[in-house]
Design a protein around this ligand. Structure first.
Ligand SMILES: Cc1ncc(C[n+]2csc(CCOP(=O)(O)OP(=O)(O)O)c2C)c(N)n1
Ligand SMILES: [Mg+2]
Length: 349
């Protein structure tokens, strides 16, 4: 019989409760802080880079860093990450160069990486389709007798998509080692959560699939870490999938092409900004005597330098050959492709 999720409507928290997480020492805490700063720096620089016209539309993840860094730190290096566009830079935490991710946002072929090399699947833009890919991979790992776990990241809106339900059901039926990580930022572009679902909490959806569902404060990187670590341990020991609902409120536009002033609760956004996730960990570490001004400045400089180098590398890459638009689409390309390409080359000079 299926297990029924525990009633965890209360958000799990660590930072506000000023408690410690078992097994996390000062070095681990600083490693998590470094990851937060790296992601924050990447995101803020990317918005500037976009405004300069050097990358196309960009999905801002400001204040989503805690959900990303906290969960990745709970994984082993061999575990698989399936990001959505909101987690486009999560691969930085696995060593993917910043220039590669910037190229991705430029639509440049250098923005591609071999998923097997980093165990980071390609960034998924169609909502929720990667949830079933991740379920399939996790099930496959189980069939092969490996102890590898997969995690799929998606938003609140994704829980209304068929692919989410197919993936969740398959993972539960097969007891696949999958973590379904939902960043509930309460908006799917301009669609609010209450128009998205009639459920009291997204974590309740786990019950129907017979998997545990937990709710966590999405701005609390240590609570995210702790909840994900439990889900990883369960999955790795044969206990099947877990649904994690990380609750936050989107504090930035959906993407650079969006103007949320037309629909969002601006007061709530301001409140959220005051409690943004990097500052919350920073305060906790300072109160614990683990972080001080010099170290914080050094960590920020490291991240800024890494991003500067990433931008320089991205700028140095020659533009992609326009012929790529026509390649790989057909085994036997139509005769019109030749003249079309010539015309395009002529137009572009
Ligand atoms: C299958 C599909 N339908 C529609 C879209 C257009 N679209 C892009 S982002 C988005 C909202 C998704 O919201 P949510 O799942 O909450 O993720 P968030 O952007 O908030 O992280 C939609 C509908 C899409 N990318 N794919
Ligand atoms: Mg959302």
């Amino acid at each position: 019989m299926a297990k029924v999720a525990p009633d965890e409507h209360e958000l799990r928290r660590v930072l506000d409760e000023e408690r410690e997480v078992d097994g996390l020492g000062p070095d681990d805490l600083l490693a998590i802080y470094r990851s937060l700063i790296l992601l924050r720096t990447y995101d803020e620089r990317s918005v500037v880079y976009h405004r300069q016209g050097r990358i196309g539309t960009y999905a801002i993840f400001w204040n989503h860093e805690a959900m990303q860094a906290g969960s990745v730190h709970a994984l082993a290096d061999e575990d698989w990450i399936f990001p959505s566009y909101r987690e486009s830079a999560i691969g930085l935490l696995r060593g993917i160069p910043a220039s590669t991710v910037l190229h991705w946002w430029r639509g440049h072929p250098a923005g591609w990486w071999n998923p097997a090399e980093y165990r980071v699947a390609s960034i998924c833009v169609p909502i929720a389709t990667h949830v079933s890919h991740a379920a399939g991979l996790a099930w496959g790992e189980k069939l092969k007798g490996n102890s590898t776990v997969a995690i799929a990241y998606f938003g609140d809106g994704a829980t209304s998509e068929g692919s989410f339900h197919e993936g969740a059901n398959l993972a539960a039926v097969m007891q696949a080692p999958l973590i379904l990580f939902c960043n509930n930022n309460q908006w799917a572009i301009s669609t609010p959560l209450e128009a998205q679902t009639h459920a009291e909490a997204l974590a309740d959806k786990a019950v129907g699939y017979g998997m545990p569902g937990v709710r966590v404060d999405g701005g609390d990187v240590l609570a995210v870490y702790e909840a994900t670590r439990e889900a990883v341990a369960r999955a790795r020991s044969g206990g099947g999938p877990t649904f994690i609902e990380a609750v936050t409120y989107r504090a930035a536009p959906h993407a650079t092409a969006d103007d949320p002033k037309a629909y969002i609760d601006l007061e709530r956004v301001e409140e959220e900004k005051k409690r943004e996730c990097v500052g919350r960990l920073e305060g906790y570490l300072r109160r614990a005597g683990i972080l001080h001004d010099d170290l914080a400045a050094a960590i920020r400089t490291e991240a800024t330098d890494a991003m500067r180098a990433g931008i320089a590398a991205a700028e140095a890459e020659p533009p992609a050959d326009i012929g790529l638009l026509f390649e790989h689409a057909y085994a036997d390309p139509p005769a019109s492709f030749g003249p079309d390409l010539d015309e395009l080359r002529g137009t572009l000079g």
